[in-house]
Design a binder for this molecule. Structure first.
Ligand code: GDP
Length: 480
């Protein structure tokens, strides 16, 4: 087996330049892409006091890839519950709906259980389970996606029938679309005398969500989260969509999944809510979670009961990790603790190196480079402007840009300042943000810097078009 200098550096959690220097001392001139033979690898590893055999056999830079490569033959697939996120405009009733679903359903089968907030919960409807992520707001959803985790199978878009489509409704739609997650619309607050569900349907149609009655394929369910009305129908529809999606997992293999939330607890140490996405997680399993590792010491479910195992789509809170992972981190169970520890440690030092190096987000400056390398087929753009008319004019002009090899794709538009949600969507979708007569607010500015999202601000439309077109053709003047 051979490895390039760059790959070896990554595995060892060192800078490539350091490896090149060491090789030079050994009389080998090498570049970062140079393939090294077994002897060279062994020499370098010995120098760092690392055993070659085990360190090199397992590629752990991507836990998910590792998991997939290790799929056993004759996979034993069976149906798994859908994982649902609730999104929508503030005050449209997301929290109330989550509470209402939980109250009406959890109590049925699990009498006596004390609801415990672990960031997700499961309900049973007609003998079938549904998992809800109960971190309302799309920030959580997008943060996870930005970290590469695809946990949501389905989104419930809550729209208050007395208020209609609002800016965050549109944001939510675009977040879900970018993630290619199907949407069911819950038209909420139907108990209010001022409720106008037709208006909601009309307005959503303009955003591509057309009710079935009107010839479209979006399911609309009228509900009153407050009164608990329509909840049964909503759950039925969720199960219907899930059935069509044929969600499957293999409960017989070692577990894999994502972190829903995690924090440091004074008494218990690192506490993380994991969503098992495939396989079954057991007490005592050696595990790598993001850049942390350990053994599952205790597992508690969403009603505060201790459990010994958790199958696909089940959220559980675990303890036993050496450090606190981040929401959206992937986890994988390994065969033995030694391997888990080794992989956890090497991932954590590799992450430290990565933090010091540039992120590979698209910017207008590196766009052409990424296009040339065939990494970019769509240039995703978020358009913000001072007034709606301008937004539309800009989006239309941008879509007309015609450069071979790359498509302009407008993934979100809106009137008003560039906000944090724009940045998180941009980060999750590898997009740039174009602002016309608007600026980013303080939080957006901070987030953009942290995430390396490119924001372009302009006051003249043709300049925007010119700049993006130039970047696509690789003719952008460097900015100083
Ligand atoms: P969120 O910001 O989307 O999580 O919204 P909340 O769940 O906090 O709800 C905002 C307000 O709307 C609260 O005062 C709720 O009591 C109220 N509300 C939520 N659902 C309904 C409903 O179905 N009917 C009525 N009348 N009020 C509701």
């Amino acid at each position: 087996e051979s490895l390039s200098v760059g790959e070896l550096a990554k595995k060892l959690g060192r800078e490539p330049s350091e490896i090149i220097k060491k090789l030079f001392m050994l009389g080998v001139m090498a570049t970062i892409n140079q393939e090294l033979d077994k002897d060279a690898i062994e020499l370098i590893c010995a120098d760092y006091g690392v055993e070659v055999e085990e360190e090199i056999k397992i590629d752990v830079t991507d836990l998910e890839v590792y998991f997939e490569q290790n799929e056993e033959d004759g996979a034993d697939l069976s149906e798994r519950p859908p994982v649902v996120t609730i999104m929508g405009h503030v005050d449209h009733g997301k929290t109330t709906l989550l509470d209402s679903i939980r109250q009406t359903k959890v109590t049925e089968g699990e009498a006596g259980g004390i609801t415990q907030h672990i960031g997700a919960y499961q309900v049973v409807d007609n003998g079938k389970k549904i998992t809800f992520l109960d971190t309302p707001g799309h920030a959580a959803f997008t943060t996870m996606r930005a970290r590469g985790a695809k946990v949501t199978d389905l989104t419930i878009l809550v729209v208050a029938a007395d208020d209609g489509v609002m800016p965050q409704t549109v944001e939510a739609i675009n977040h879900a679309k970018a993630a290619e997650v199907p949407i069911i619309v819950a038209v909420n607050k139907m108990d209010k005398p001022t409720a106008n569900p037709d208006r909601v349907m009309q307005e959503l149609t303009e955003h591509g969500l057309v009710p079935e009655d009107w010839g479209g394929d979006t399911i609309f369910v009228p509900v009153s989260a407050l009164k608990g009305e329509g909840i049964d129908t909503l759950l039925e529809m969720i199960l219907l969509v899930a059935e069509v999606a044929e969600l499957k997992a293999n409960p017989k293999r070692r577990a894999m999944g994502s972190v829903i939330e995690a924090q440091l607890d004074k008494g218990r140490g690192s506490v993380a809510t994991l969503l098992v996405q495939d396989g079954t997680l057991h007490i005592g399993d050696p595990i790598v979670v993001g850049n942390t590792f350990g053994r599952v010491r205790a597992m508690v479910n969403d009603i505060g009961r201790r459990v010994k195992e958790a199958g696909p789509s089940t959220p559980v809170e675990i303890t036993g990790l050496n450090d606190v992972p981040q929401a959206g981190d992937r986890f994988v169970v390994f065969e033995d603790e030694k391997t888990a520890r080794q992989i956890g440690e090497s991932r954590s030092s590799a992450a430290a190196v990565e933090n010091r190096t540039e992120k590979s987000r698209v910017t207008l400056d590196n766009l052409f480079e990424q296009m040339k390398q065939g990494e970019m087929k769509d240039l995703n753009i978020i358009v913000k402007a001072d007034v709606q008319g301008t937004v539309e004019a800009m989006a239309a002009s941008l879509m007309k840009i015609d450069v071979e090899g790359v498509n302009v794709k407008i993934i979100h538009t809106g009137a008003g300042a560039i906000n944090e949600s724009d940045i998180s969507l941009a980060a999750a979708s590898n997009a740039i943000v174009v602002g016309f007569n608007v600026r980013p607010d303080v939080n957006a500015k901070r987030a953009a810097e942290a995430e390396g999202v490119d924001i372009r601000l302009h006051r003249v439309i043709y300049k925007v078009i010119e700049e993006i077109e130039a970047a696509m053709k690789g003719m952008l003047d460097p900015e100083f």
